[in-house]
Design a protein around this ligand. Structure first.
Ligand code: ADP
Ligand code: ZN
Length: 617
């Protein structure tokens, strides 16, 4: 079908400037256009927004979009307006007359999309109003927020269960990047979406490179990573606590990086300011707790670094998913240590959740550790966890790029495990390692542990190696955290065959320098990519001129630069050097509205800076 007779494809091209639908977009759009309900699970950057934006524009009435964070609605609406879409939001930043104005537009049929937070939607007078006008659809973004099992639970989302009562005829779509089965079931149940069609996209993010390293000195490791791989890039550094967030941000600033903190303990104004700077300036590093990130759809986040273990693989996948939405290469970097495991274990035990829930949390933690310590392709392990088969050998994770050496560790494992047993199954790793190394440490001597049979039997390895062994034993379930807390370790059923020598155990050799060749290689690749993209020095000149022009536009409009044009669009302009509006309009990401608004200006920049060596069309 061509664009003339296919209205959805027509809109995709004329409004958004894209030539074809991605993955499941087409199927979801057709289903919703026909009036069906849908639950859409797609990875971050997969293109969920178009799944509701296009049907909302094509169906009669206004499409209501429920979104959890009012701070971010604004950017989404601005981006839509830049494309000429009739979109608005209602939230507490508007005064009564402004929101009256928006509602008036909705009643007049002058809006295709209206964004609001759940608490606003559920106000009795909002519901009454919406019942009095035609609605195209109800889209619930970040729909996993309704799940208590998930990690972003928002009580306001629970209220959305009343929507089918009020709007029985209106198609409803839930959208999320969280994939696991338990969350999915909970969403369907709580929102009465049992009859919704399920659309599950592949979750792989091939442009993200996963890299993990045992924590040594987290700040130094981070600085080395940033200097080698990400000079001048925008990215997110996650930390587990507010205090660490502050410390890391301050440390990075001291080292000359452009970093800002973000956590729930800061006042709302400052938090919003930092978020805006991250979105609107180029190359800001956000150091944040997990309070930051949901709904951040900045496409050019080049890296996500975790200096502490995330809470689960789900959380890790969602957080790292914020990197590289534009499809260009991006890095996910994680450092992990046993202290994190103890910390998370304590959090879990002290939570008010029920026993069953705690057991599940424990399983999640073990899955996460298994991922850290795996000798297999990281992508394969990750995707398998989400129920997706992957053949491995992805070629874009640390274990694929620098295969881990393994060594036969049966004897070491036996020493480590029997040391746990001899000391009474209640000590943490630091103490256990002291015993194995035969240290004359005060507390150890006071406990009389120098008389144990395992005292000093591990001197063939050093402290770092023993720590790694304990981590791996824990990750594989040969040890478990002592349920009394305090970071102690105890044996499990599985440790018996090892102690009896009936099972082989192989350990990974952790590299001495946790930042291995992998990072260097990425730097080289990136250099190469840039050189390929801009063989000609004039091209670099044009690229910079276009970016400078974009920044001026964005400042004037008070929007992030990518709302004006994505990097990928500017790159196309550099490579194609269009000389006519028609040629420019054919490029990726340039719809009719942007062509009309910016076309002449872009052509002028091309004429002035793009010593037209090659001219296409
Ligand atoms: P999600 O909400 O799933 O994380 P978005 O809807 O924000 O993803 O889309 C991610 C990026 O992909 C956006 O920059 C969007 O403009 C772009 N995109 C979406 N659909 C297409 C398409 N069919 N062709 C090209 N780019 C697309
Ligand atoms: Zn791999």
């Amino acid at each position: 079908m061509d664009a003339q007779v296919d209205p959805a494809l027509g809109l995709l091209k004329s409004t958004f400037g894209y030539d074809r639908f991605r993955g499941l977009q087409r199927a979801v759009i057709d289903h919703v256009l026909a009036g069906g309900d849908a639950l859409v699970l797609m990875p971050t950057g997969g293109g969920k927004s178009l799944c509701f934006q296009i049907p909302a524009m094509l169906r009669r009435g206004v499409g209501i979009v429920v979104s959890p964070l009012i701070a971010l609605m604004q950017d989404q609406v601005q981006a839509l307006r830049q494309n000429g879409v009739r979109a608005a939001f209602i939230n507490s930043t508007l005064d009564a007359s402004q929101s009256g104005q928006v509602l008036y537009q909705a009643r007049q049929g002058a809006l295709d999309l209206l964004y609001m937070a759940p608490e606003r939607l559920l106000l009795p007078h909002t519901l009454e109003f919406l019942k009095s006008i035609p609605l195209a659809l109800l889209a619930i973004d970040e729909v996993h927020c309704v799940s208590r099992w998930g990690h972003d639970f928002r009580p306001d989302y629970l209220g959305l269960s009343v929507l089918p009562e009020h709007f029985p005829e209106v198609p409803r779509l839930g959208l999320t990047a969280t994939a696991d089965e338990a969350t999915r079931r909970e969403i369907l149940e709580r929102l009465h979406l049992q009859n919704a069609r399920l659309f599950v996209a592949g979750f792989d993010r091939p442009n993200i490179r996963y890299r993990l390293a045992p924590k040594d000195n987290a700040h130094k490791q981070l600085a080395a990573f940033l200097k080698r791989d990400h000079p001048g890039d925008a990215g997110i550094v996650y930390r587990l606590s507010r205090r660490k967030t502050e410390q890391t941000a301050a440390w990075l600033v001291e080292q000359g990086f452009n970093a800002l903190p973000y956590h729930a303990g800061m006042d709302a104004g400052e938090r919003l300011r930092n978020q805006q700077r991250f979105l609107r300036e180029d190359g800001v590093i956000m150091v944040a707790t997990i309070a930051f990130g949901m709904g951040i759809d900045k496409p050019d986040v080049r890296f996500v670094a975790h200096l502490d273990l995330p809470k689960s693989l789900e959380a890790y996948y969602q957080e790292t998913g914020r990197a590289g939405r534009d499809g260009l290469p991006a890095n996910a970097f994680l450092t992990y240590g046993l202290e994190d495991v103890a910390f998370l274990g304590n959090l879990m035990r002290n939570s008010s959740a029920g026993e069953q829930h705690k057991r599940l949390e424990q399983l999640k933690l073990e899955a996460l550790l298994g991922f850290c310590e795996t000798t297999l392709c990281r992508r394969q392990v990750l995707l398998n966890y989400f129920g997706e088969a992957h053949p491995g050998q992805c070629g874009n994770c640390d274990t694929c790029l620098d295969p881990v050496e393994t060594w036969d560790g049966l004897v070491a494992a036996q020493k480590a495990l029997s040391c746990v047993f001899r000391t009474g199954q209640r000590f943490g790793v630091a103490h256990l390692v002291n015993v194995l190394l035969g240290k004359e440490e005060t507390r150890l001597l006071a406990l009389g542990h120098q008389r144990l049979s395992t005292y000093g039997i591990g001197q063939e390895l050093n402290e770092r190696q023993w720590r790694s062994i304990y981590r791996q034993l824990l990750a594989r379930g040969f040890l478990e955290p002592d349920p009394q807390g305090h970071g102690g370790l105890r044996l499990t059923e599985q440790s018996r065959p090892v102690l009896r020598g009936e099972q082989t155990v192989y350990f990974r050799h952790d590299p001495d320098n946790p930042l291995t060749d992998t990072s260097l290689r990425l730097t080289l690749e990136r250099k190469r990519r840039r050189e390929v993209a801009f063989d000609d020095p004039n091209d670099l000149d044009l690229w910079q001129a276009l970016r400078a022009w974009r920044l001026t536009q964005a400042r004037e409009l008070e929007v992030p630069p990518y709302v004006v044009f994505h990097d990928s669009t500017l790159r196309d302009v550099v490579l194609q050097k269009p000389s006519t509006l028609q040629a420019l309009g054919g490029l990726h990401g340039i719809g009719k509205r942007k062509l009309a608004t910016y076309g002449e200006a872009v052509l002028r920049v091309v004429r002035e800076h793009g010593a037209a060596t090659t001219t296409t069309v």
